[in-house]
Design a protein around this ligand. Structure first.
Ligand code: UD1
Length: 424
């Protein structure tokens, strides 16, 4: 089994380049199902989730080829299968993103139900309700959702809860539907906007991207295009916070500072020095002890749930008391028990984590339980005195492109080992 070993207490210094965003890449891969022809995608991150999505596309009859480390050519002209099997869907919930495009292009889809996951129940009722309103006939049978529609019709769809992949699924379906679709209380995340911009380039007619009302006028057909994936704001936020945990100074390059407004504001309040150096570069420095602040996760433009575990590490070593409220997922505090093993003082009461800063964390063996929890354990290990060993790297590799390598290049003492041997 692979594990990560960190010797804490070493300051970071240098420049880190952020990879393409996982949460932008997955819907964009799904969107290639909407149009025959060759897509050229750039800045595609090398992640387990991307690999799983490519396996899924292949199952559906799509051809793909890696044209360079971070570029792919994808051709869905041969799309013929409409079934997303359980073996792949259970590995990655975002597989549900193929549902809308398959019904829209083939008139039919059979997608395994994702089931629960570590951070909560995460139903897909909003995706299904939307497709039904667009005229799809739905059945839940043998653990699959089956959807059929000769051609989807435009509809007005209100989201009771703002859903990122829900908005993306319906936006893709609506791009090939007959007539106008209005999505109300839609998600405003940059990754939703990025998907909308790709669809526009493919020939779709979309208005209101980045607002909570998105209007899509369906087209008869769309075309394949060249596209570059936006940088990963969650990876960028994780590296900003790595400086908060380890100390030192970093330049984060290939990022979009405006996507991180809420995060930068909170990090400044916590005492980090933040400089927007350029439209794609942020400087970050820790000077002295961090201050405790309260955090509440919210849909974009609020503070992202995907950075909640990481900021909890900073609050664990800050001076004072912090209340972190998780409003998006009901069970996203699994990292708390592991952080406690390193000496953090955290109490969970319902959706609140009450964090009392301690003078220092101490290294210990820990187990990663989900993707962002893994990142938080790495940050905790960078800060802790002594050695931290992190098991369960399968979660980490789903969403971070060799974070261990990127950190070691800027001064962290971090190694990935398999059977006692270092993997480089
Ligand atoms: C996406 C992100 C994930 C991030 C999350 C919230 C991708 C691939 N993943 O996940 O990294 O943590 O947004 O920013 O982009 N809900 C329902 N019914 C539905 C759909 C969602 O009740 O049909 C609920 C969820 O349980 C959750 C809330 O809505 O409580 C928001 O979830 P959603 O935005 O859909 O998350 P994902 O799109 O799965």
């Amino acid at each position: 089994m692979e594990h990560i070993e960190i010797k804490g207490g070493h300051r970071l210094s240098g420049t880190v380049r952020i990879s393409g965003a996982k949460n932008a890449a997955l819907p964009i891969l799904a969107a290639t199902l909407l149009a025959p022809g060759k897509f050229q995608l750039h800045e595609v991150p090398q992640l387990e989730d991307v690999k799983i999505f490519l396996r899924l596309l292949q199952e559906l009859g799509v051809k793909w080829e890696r044209t360079s480390d971070h570029s792919l050519e994808i051709d869905s002209s041969g799309l013929k299968n409409f079934e997303a099997p359980y073996d792949l869907v259970r590995l990655m919930r975002a597989s549900i993103l193929v549902l809308g495009p398959l019904v829209a292009r083939l008139g039919r889809a059979r997608v395994a139900l994702p089931g629960g996951c570590a951070i909560g129940a995460r139903p897909i009722d909003l995706h299904l309700k939307g497709l039904e309103l667009m005229g799809a006939k739905l059945k839940i049978k043998e653990g699959f959702v089956e959807a059929k529609a000769k051609r989807l019709n435009g509809a007005t769809i209100y989201f009771d809860i703002t859903s990122v992949t829900g908005t993306e699924n319906l936006m893709m379906a609506a791009s090939l539907a007959k007539g106008k679709t209005i999505l109300e209380n839609a998600a405003r995340e940059p990754e939703v906007v990025a998907l909308g911009e790709l669809l526009l380039q493919m020939g779709a007619k979309i208005k209101g991207l980045g607002t909570d009302t998105i209007t899509i006028e369906g087209s008869k057909e769309l075309k394949a295009v060249d596209w570059t994936i936006i940088p990963d704001r969650i990876e960028a936020g994780t590296f900003l916070m790595a400086v908060g945990a380890a100390g030192g100074k970093l330049i984060i390059e290939n990022c979009i500072p405006s996507h991180l407004d809420a995060v930068l504001e909170k990090l400044k309040n916590a005492g980090l020095k933040i400089d927007i150096i350029d439209k794609d570069k942020i400087g970050v420095q820790r000077r002295g002890k961090l201050k405790s602040i309260d955090i509440k996760t919210q849909p974009y433009p609020g503070f992202p749930t995907d950075l909640q575990a990481q900021i909890m590490v900073l609050m664990s070593i800050a001076s004072g008391l912090s209340v972190i409220t998780e409003t998006i997922f009901e069970n996203r505090f699994m990292h708390v028990a592991e952080l406690r093993r390193l000496g953090a003082d955290i109490k969970v009461e319902g959706r609140n984590a009450i964090v009392r800063g301690v003078s220092e964390l101490t290294g210990a063996p820990v187990m990663a339980t989900d993707l962002r929890a893994s990142a938080s354990l790495i940050l905790a290990g960078l800060s802790a005195k002594g050695t931290t060993i992190i098991q369960g790297l399968n979660h980490l590799d789903r969403g971070y492109e060799r974070i261990d390598k990127k950190l070691s290049a800027v001064g962290a003492r971090i190694k990935r080992l398999k059977n006692g041997k270092e993997i480089t």
